[in-house]
Design a protein around this ligand. Structure first.
Ligand code: AMP
Ligand code: ZN
Length: 508
């Protein structure tokens, strides 16, 4: 554990020495420009990610958005920045269009269906969500605040909005008055005059609202509702958007650096969050708004309600590793939609296995080197290496993961770079990629020779390849080439140990 930490520190230190020091640039939805992420507080990035609604299992579309936030966070850590990351758990149902008709929210409806209390439902799916994130190597947020544990903060912010003239009360409900906030629409581009449809207007038939675009901060509880709280306006429950405004202010302050979510969050959720937070504090709320495009299935946004959602359990049931999904997410830019298919996932699973096989073989070849040489050739040099820099350049350019992965593949196949150095570059890159190759290699090293043989190349081939690596470090090229030919005769590639195709073996 501590060595990982030292590794990260070394990582950051090395990066600082590079000139110019690389830094992450991301597309800011607010300014519609790719911008360098410069934290408000030097050296410390405060980041908020909209988390899951926990009345059902999250789907792999949600995981795409959470993985995007994870890459952003890891890229910032690799830059030597400290991160405070908050991800909320929406465990109180909020009225949404499809349930308004039935006068019931999702949490309550699910509880009724499963014969459990809304709190039991939320606890169960929160646990499942953490489990999914862990399996995808998504680093846990520093705090996962639950909406139901922050009702007083939401009530306080609602009160402040009333005091400051941004909200009004009507029969136990409190609504945000959109016209009172002149900056409304800047984030989403949905300016007031165009607001003719959508979630806000779905409440249009609510005769208590003064204007159709207004949205609820506090709602009166219907009779028999379990999740309800006392407030200055009577018994009720909070609107959805106030949850993120109140909880982000509590853990990150009224003004912070980065806010992430999927593009569906831009409107109304983030537009409304921004209006509430800036209305309450009078300061700019968030500097950089970053939104991930959707994962699609059959050409439509993956969503439980569309009936095209897959969970991580579905993926595992078909024999895939969760991390194959993480690989799959690298195959597109986060600002592009991707269509999910199991065929594409299979290709990602194969690619991930190959990457791991490379890591194993490189570690085999490196084992034969004396320790100080490993040091000299490996860890230190990795951070300054052109391949690593090319990788970072791709990541820093608005998270270009397809290009970053292409650099990694090219590097792994480049025999002019020593195995120790290639492995070290892979590990350094993996601090951001998050596949856990170092753990894989440790597990591989702990296997017996027989188990390893079952994994791939015969021990004899491994031994020859090690000898060849040693010869190459001694610059005995002709002897090394002779061994390469012997390895090829046995049917293996001397670098990756993968099986060669017939025409490559030199046996005709
Ligand atoms: P929800 O639980 O629906 O509030 O979603 C949690 C997060 O996942 C939000 O940031 C959404 O924007 C995001 N999300 C929802 N559906 C998808 C999808 N199909 N692809 C990518 N992200 C999604
Ligand atoms: Zn949110």
């Amino acid at each position: 554990m501590s060595s990982r930490k030292e590794h990260a520190q070394e990582h950051a230190r090395r990066r600082e020495q590079l000139s110019p020091p690389p830094s992450l640039r991301l597309f800011n939805t607010l300014t519609r420009q790719v911008e360098e992420i410069v934290p408000i507080e030097t050296g410390h990035v405060r980041m908020y990610s909209c988390g899951p609604t926990v009345y059902r299992f999250i789907h792999i579309g949600n995981l795409r958005t959470f993985t995007m936030a994870d890459w952003i966070r890891r890229a910032l850590v690799a830059q030597g920045l400290r991160i405070t990351h908050i991800k909320n758990i929406t465990d109180v149902g909020h009225m949404r269009q499809e349930l308004l008709d039935r006068g019931e929210d999702k949490m309550v409806a699910q509880a009724r269906q499963e014969g459990k209390s809304p709190y039991e439902i939320a606890a169960f799916y929160t646990e499942a969500f953490h489990d999914d994130e862990t399996r995808l190597n998504i680093l846990p947020a520093d705090v996962f605040p639950r909406a139901t544990e922050h009702i007083p903060e939401m009530i306080a912010m609602t009160g402040r909005l009333l005091e400051r003239g941004y909200a009004y009360e009507a029969d136990g409900n409190v609504f945000f008055s959109v016209k009172a906030f002149p900056g409304y629409g800047q984030l989403s581009g949905n300016l007031l005059e165009n607001l003719g449809q959508g979630e806000h207007v779905a409440n249009e038939n609510d005769p208590l609202k003064r204007a159709p675009e207004d949205f609820p901060l506090w709602k009166v509880a219907e009779p028999g509702r379990l999740m309800a709280w006392d407030s200055p306006w009577g018994r009720g429950f909070p609107g959805w958007h106030i949850e993120c405004s109140a909880m982000s202010a509590k853990y990150l302050g009224p003004q912070f650096d980065l806010h992430t979510g999927g593009v569906d969050n831009i409107f109304p959720h983030h537009e409304d969050e921004r209006a509430q937070s800036e209305g309450a504090s009078g300061e700019q709320f968030v500097r950089y708004w970053v939104h991930g495009q959707h994962l699609l299935a059959d050409g439509l946004k993956m969503a439980k309600s569309t009936g095209n959602a897959y969970t991580l359990a579905d993926v595992k049931a078909r024999g895939f590793e969760p991390l194959a999904l993480r690989y799959f997410f690298t195959t597109a830019l986060y600002r592009s939609r991707i269509n999910f298919t199991f065929r594409a996932l299979r290709a990602s699973q194969t690619a991930l296995r190959r990457l791991r096989a490379h890591a194993w073989r490189l570690s085999d070849l490196t084992l034969s080197l004396p320790y100080d040489e490993k040091e000299r050739l490996g860890e230190r040099a990795a951070f300054d290496h052109p391949y690593y820099r090319a990788f970072l350049t791709a990541v820093d350019a608005d998270l270009n993961m397809p290009r970053a992965m292409a650099v990694i593949w090219q590097m792994l196949r480049d025999e002019s770079v020593t195995p120790a150095l290639r492995l070290a570059i892979l590990y350094a890159a993996d601090d951001i990629l998050g596949f856990g190759f170092a753990t894989d290699v440790a597990a591989y090293a702990a296997q017996s020779p027989d188990e390893r043989r079952a994994d791939g190349a015969p021990e004899a081939v491994v031994t020859l390849a090690r000898e060849r690596a040693a010869l190459r470090t001694q610059q005995d090229w002709s002897a090394a080439d002779a061994l390469r030919a012997r390895i090829a005769q046995a049917g293996y590639d001397a670098v990756s140990y993968t099986h060669l195709r017939a025409h490559e073996t030199g046996r005709n």
